[in-house]
Design a protein around this ligand. Structure first.
Ligand SMILES: [Zn+2]
Length: 106
């Protein structure tokens, strides 16, 4: 058994608890630690606020409640904190670039 090939544990985006995804994430599944829905946009690898409907999957139906369980066929659990942090960082950079374009506050 080679543990180095074991996939990275998937975590709840809200509290960081490791979620067992071996049996898949159902629409009614909640985080055992914080009780948030696991089958939600915010927990999905396709979630990206830079995209229309905050989703990288253009075919997906728009979902308005990003933190609630959805019926999306493209749902894939697995955003982790590192990715979420990276996303925030990227958005901040984009925002700063935008402000620079608008003009410096002199
Ligand atoms: Zn949680």
């Amino acid at each position: 058994m080679n543990t180095s090939e074991h996939p990275k544990p998937k975590k709840c985006i809200f509290c960081g608890s490791v979620i067992d995804t071996e049996l898949g994430i159902g629409r009614r599944d909640e985080c055992p630690t914080c009780g948030k829905d696991l089958h939600s946009c915010l927990q999905c690898i396709f979630y990206d606020e830079a995209y229309a409907n905050s989703c990288r999957e253009p075919q997906a139906e728009p979902v308005y409640e990003k933190d609630r369980s959805n019926f999306c066929d493209y749902f894939k659990f697995g955003r982790d904190e590192a990715e979420a942090e990276e996303l925030k960082f990227r958005q901040k950079a984009q925002l700063e670039a935008l402000f620079k374009k608008v003009g410096p506050k002199t």
